[in-house]
Ligand binder design. Structure first.
Ligand SMILES: Cc1cc2nc3c(=O)[nH]c(=O)nc-3n(C[C@H](O)[C@H](O)[C@H](O)COP(=O)(O)OP(=O)(O)OC[C@H]3O[C@@H](n4cnc5c(N)ncnc54)[C@H](O)[C@@H]3O)c2cc1C
Length: 374
């Protein structure tokens, strides 16, 4: 392949693809409309298959030294009663223990070693065209770039997706239409800990012994309204350590990020020389925290198919065949959990001790297996 792969978006998917292509000597260029990563101040939970994917990208040592290992999960009622717990290290194995890391640190490790001249920041893509010999993109400074393949790694509001497939497939998540996220002083949380109430779900994860990452959303559909009143009303009365972190963020609302949770469900990710990866193709509510893992895996599979310089359109089509079943599995499991979370509290409390661990195994079990060919 003489012409470069044009990667649109330098998020997790775009940087991972660039990294994999760089190491395989496949020419590429990334175009990113921002100057720094969105949500960089927040953290992200990386389950075991994301850790394994980072190992395959040569970042095993980097991830082992970043953030906080998540050894255990605890699901509780809104009164604090333990519904069930999961030993995550036993489930994933010691080399794939989940980690909670700052998003900025994840971006920095993916970007480390990529030549600056291939990374065009502050340069968004505004239009995409293709013909039999290649693709062309219009850029926000009025210039154009030409390549063998355009990869839409440009997130849930993807320009490449809109240009290629039109406005379709965007929907609000079933679990909650929006969420609050924040960082707060760590009140002593040492594992993944969630409190599930009838109106709201509150999750805390340590990113270090001193700092905790928090996520608060509605339970079982509906909005998490963009006002502090919703947070205070929904979670007042939840037990410690929820109370302490809630007090900290309500006292300093600049810590809070309110964002919609949107999903993409579309029947095609490829069209000729255009292909979508990561959230642009299949954004999914973070019920099983699979966004980064799927993005990293997408990048690895697509890069593997592009090595050797064959027909770029054929590689893109094959990519979709390989990746569909795994993504469909995550989407199905996301819907299943979201519906269960919407059941009345007493039903959840009754069924969770058995159904909870079984649901965890059903969602994550198949993701421990890895193949780049099926
Ligand atoms: C509330 C919430 C919590 C989440 N928690 C988790 C979690 O704990 N674990 C997890 O794994 N996942 C989580 N996710 C999902 C995860 O954030 C995404 O799946 C992941 O960021 C997807 O990466 P991406 O590279 O595909 O897209 P993005 O990270 O969105 O990156 C897309 C990039 O493309 C750029 N871009 C957009 N348009 C253009 C354009 N026209 N031209 C050039 N550049 C453009 C953007 O600026 C951006 O940098 C969460 C999502 C939400 C909403």
């Amino acid at each position: 392949m003489n012409e470069p792969v044009l990667i649109i978006g330098a998020g997790i998917a775009g940087l991972a693809l660039a990294r994999a292509l760089h190491h395989a000597d496949v020419p590429y260029a990334i175009y990113e409309r921002r100057t720094e990563a969105a949500d960089a101040g927040l953290a992200i939970n990386l389950p075991g298959n994301a850790i394994t994917a980072l190992h395959r990208l040569g970042l095993g040592d980097a991830i082992a030294g970043a953030g906080f290992p998540v050894l255990r999960r605890e699901y509780r009622t809104q009164r604090g009663r333990l519904l069930f717990g999961i030993d995550e290290t036993a489930f994933w194995g010691p080399d794939a223990t989940p980690h909670c890391v700052r998003r900025a640190d994840l971006h920095a490790m993916l970007r480390d070693g990529l030549p600056d001249e291939n990374l065009h920041l502050d340069l968004g893509v505004t239009a995409v065209r293709q013909d039999e010999t290649g693709v062309e993109v219009d850029l926000s400074d009025g210039s154009t770039a030409r390549g063998a393949l355009v990869v839409g790694a440009d997130g849930v509001r993807s320009t490449v997706r809109r240009a290629t497939f039109g406005e379709q497939g965007v929907r609000a998540a079933v679990l909650s239409a929006a969420s609050y996220r924040f960082m707060a002083p760590n009140p002593g949380v040492d594992c993944w800990a969630a409190w599930i109430g009838d109106r709201g779900t509150y999750l805390l994860l340590p990113v270090s012994p001193d700092e905790v990452y928090g996520f608060a959303s509605a339970t079982g559909g509906g909005p998490a309204a963009p006002d502090l009143g919703w947070l205070a009303e929904t979670f007042t009365g939840f037990p410690e350590p929820v109370g302490q972190t809630l007090k900290a963020v309500l006292a300093d609302p600049s810590r809070l990020y309110h964002s919609p949770i949107e999903e993409i469900r579309i029947p095609r990710w490829t069209h000729g020389r255009a292909v979508l990866i990561g959230d642009a193709a299949h954004a999914t509510a973070p019920v099983w925290a699979q966004g980064a893992a799927l993005a990293l895996e997408d990048a690895e599979v697509l890069a593997g198919l592009l090595v050797g310089g064959g027909d770029a359109a054929a590689a893109a089509a094959r990519f979709e065949q390989v990746r569909r079943p795994r993504v469909t599995h995550v989407q199905t499991q996301t819907d299943r959990f979201s519906k269960t979370a919407g059941l009345p509290g007493w039903v959840r409390a009754l069924t969770a001790p058995l159904a909870g661990p079984a649901g965890y195994r059903a969602a994550y079990g198949p993701l421990r297996e890895w193949s780049t060919t099926s």
